[in-house]
Design a protein. Structure first.
Lengths: 233, 233
């Protein structure tokens, strides 16, 4: 009998923001697997470190970040093959995932390769969006308001339409797009409603009004924007 | 010196989906406070029950669900007054919140009343949206896709525009709006992309294709819809 594949959300970075279930499954795991950039420490493993017991087998798989898709696809093919070996040997495999596995998470690439053949269970995690609003002390969305998540690499027109339609917006993956995104927000007269955060819940966290945000921003950065259209209090 | 007010996200319902931090703060709390409907058990307290130690002071505050706002506003005024008393006495107060406190959560009403006077810390939680996608085994959103949350009470035109613009959508607060929402989705030819879930992560959970969902649906129900516009795998 094959093992079960677990995709475990670890939350935004503070290890205490992982769920009880994630902590239990990691500490019970015979095999943990996680992605990392070539030559770099795995952020997912860093979050989970305190829960990994000695003697646990670790499968680190390097995923290159390139504009072309093929190198990453090959990396996931290779990781899926290694994980298949462990599952066929009868052990469960716990894949460590930053944030929530199915919310802009790379676990979907393993899920696509393995879910037809093996039993998969996903353990949801706290998203960086929830973490950002908590750290800002900013109620994100309420009642019958509409909320949208817009990746910063979207074109200006898509960002503008998304910002226009929703009552609250999270703009993720800001990084080098900070200046362009800020100009779009300024054009809509919404700069004063926007707050910038980098490395939410980590030691180096910074929260700033959007007008003071660094350009370019680091990779782990986000903008939250709330219009407060219906401040029923 | 006054105590600290904690707004603690408990996650979607399964007690094991609360964070380590939530579990620690609840078990250390001298005072826990939570909302409930008049005469009903508090769902938030039920999730947290295993973490509340004997001897903890409990402040249950009844919040009526009425179309008018005044009764609920008065209920939050009263709750804020009681919590103020406990904080001024120097103890911390832990407010138990279903899901994530700032994501369609009622904690914002206490936050609005108390955050100028007291130190407030919000502990983010796993949202029902993340829980639903995990339980469906449905990757929700990836790469540069746009994601939106639409409350079902929105008018048809707003639902249609929101469904049209985003790559993935969560429709929350479905309940008695199920039939109308389903007609809007059908009108867009998206019924086959939509999955219905009720009571995600609880014992009575049900996952169904949207076409088989009950009408009316229970209060704790949701529809996830993904277009899979860019299935890069």
């Amino acid at each position: 009998m094959s093992g079960v594949l677990y995709g475990i959300g670890l939350g935004p970075g503070d290890p205490e923001l992982m769920t009880l279930k994630a902590a239990r499954l990691i500490s019970e795991a015979a095999v943990v697997a996680y992605p990392c950039l070539p030559g770099a420490e795995s952020f997912a493993r860093k979050i989970a470190a305190g829960m990994i017991r000695e003697g646990t087998i670790e499968l680190a798989f390097e995923v290159p970040m390139t504009p072309e898709r093929t190198p990453a696809q090959m990396a996931y093919d290779k990781a899926a093959k290694e994980i298949t070996g462990a599952l066929e040997a009868g052990g469960d495999v716990v894949v460590l995932c930053e944030g929530d596995p199915f919310f802009y998470g790379s676990f979907m690439y393993l899920h696509a390769r393995l879910s037809e053949r093996f039993t998969v269970e996903v353990v949801p995690g706290v998203t960086s969006v929830s973490a950002a609003s908590a750290r800002m002390g900013l109620p994100l969305v309420a009642r019958n308001e509409m909320f949208s998540v817009l990746p910063a690499p979207l074109e200006d027109a898509a960002l503008r339409a998304g910002l226009d339609a929703a009552d609250s917006v999270a703009i993720i993956k800001v990084g080098r797009h900070l200046g362009r995104v800020r100009a779009v927000i300024e054009g809509l007269g919404l700069t004063k409603r926007a707050i910038y955060i980098e490395r939410a819940t980590l030691g180096e966290e910074r929260v700033l009004p959007l007008c003071d945000a660094p350009d370019p921003a680091p990779y782990f950065s986000m903008i939250l924007l709330t219009k407060g259209a219906d401040p029923w209090l």
